[in-house]
Design a protein around this ligand. Structure first.
Ligand SMILES: *Cc1c(COP(=O)(O)O)cnc(C)c1O
Length: 352
């Protein structure tokens, strides 16, 4: 017997990158985690938690974290909704804005979770292809006139940030909501936050998972005007963020000096790795994120992915149109990146 909604029977579950069990010796460049530790202030906040706070329910809006974030982003706290990672905020958005008659649109290739969430919600989906330069297909997105349009910027797996004027033009044309998923924006120059004040239909998503080295903590933020945030708040679980995460996150988000240093190191390593891969004939797309999209000279990305895996180096391979000749590689430390390069040179005859 099958006891569930028929649409779920052949839904492919979202496939996160492989997570090896703790203690396994691998170089993990497959899920865009940060190679450096989180802020010492966040670690100190974690150590100093009074166990008695665990006895009570947490603040429904993770107030401690929300207040700190509001100050940092120069908005009132009622412009922010905190989520259990930005993935949860995407779930809340899909549940709030879409149903079987209210569609979702996004450019592809992009973060595969958008498709999974739309299917769970039985929402009609418009997937609008990017071209080879990953320029925003704004006209076709506007034509789709979806209830919810989602643009990852910087986009994954291409790595490029979408300029604000392109996002603003799209926001102006849409009758529905425009979600700008800025999971990687700290690794780029500029961001779309100014658009939330200009457009009442724009929501910006941020996360502590990548730039703040806190993927395990699960903290994301939705930032938009209160007329949007108030509706999302109706749909979220009462206590969606736990007391430990809110407290640690508040310390982390305030340590902007740590984030800046950390991000700078990753960006320097990104330029170094991009250059070295280009020198051995890989095509490397320009990245504003903590990963790069790259095509090996022979286009046999699947083989290289499997061979690297055997050598204990995990990178991401997507068996999807437009991507099956490419790899997405998270930027590690220079040392990890050098081991990757050495393995690539050993496995292949791609030489200078
Ligand atoms: C990593 C990622 C997220 C998820 O972030 P969490 O806050 O860890 O849930 C959201 N969107 C994109 C595009 C991502 O790559």
């Amino acid at each position: 017997m099958y006891y569930f909604r028929p649409s779920l029977a052949d839904l492919l579950a979202y496939q996160p990158g492989e997570q090896p069990i703790a203690g396994t010796e691998v170089i993990k460049l497959n899920t865009n985690e940060n190679p450096y530790p989180p802020s010492l202030k966040a670690i100190e906040a974690l150590r100093s938690i009074n166990p008695d706070v665990l006895r009570r329910y947490p603040s429904p809006f993770a107030e401690e974290f929300r207040q700190k974030a509001a100050t940092l982003f120069s908005v009132d706290p009622d412009w922010i909704l905190i989520g259990n990672g930005s993935d949860e905020l995407l779930t809340i958005l899909l549940r709030s804005a879409t149903d079987s008659e209210r569609s979702v649109a996004y450019p592809v290739p992009t973060y595969v979770l958008y498709r999974t969430l739309a299917k769970i919600q039985s929402a009609p989906i418009a997937e609008i292809p990017f071209d080879d330069t990953y320029t925003l297909p704004a006209d076709n997105l506007a034509k789709a006139s979806a209830a919810l349009t989602i643009v990852a910027s910087p986009n994954s797996p291409s790595g490029n940030r979408i300029p604000n004027d392109a996002l603003a033009n799209l926001a102006a044309k849409l009758k529905g909501i425009l979600v700008i998923d800025e999971a990687y924006v700290e690794f780029s120059e500029g961001n779309a936050l100014p658009l939330i004040k200009r457009f009442e239909n724009v929501i910006v998503l941020r996360t502590l998972s990548k730039s703040h080295s806190l993927a395990g903590l699960r903290l994301g933020l939705a930032i938009a005007n209160p007329s949007l945030i108030d509706v999302l708040a109706k749909v979220k679980d009462s206590y969606n963020v736990d007391v430990v995460s809110a407290h640690v996150g508040a310390a982390a988000i305030c340590d902007t000096a740590h984030t800046r240093t950390n991000v700078k190191r990753v960006c320097a390593s990104r330029e170094r790795l991009s250059k070295k891969l280009s020198e051995i004939g890989f095509r490397v797309w320009p990245s504003d994120a903590n990963f790069i999209l790259t095509r090996p000279p022979d286009g046999n990305a699947r083989k290289l992915y499997l061979n690297l895996q055997k050598s204990g180096i995990l990178v991401r391979y997507f068996d999807e149109p437009m991507l099956n000749d490419k790899l997405r590689i998270t930027i590690g430390t220079d040392n990890q990146n050098d081991q990757l390069l050495a393995a690539i040179q050993e496995l292949t005859n791609y030489q200078k």
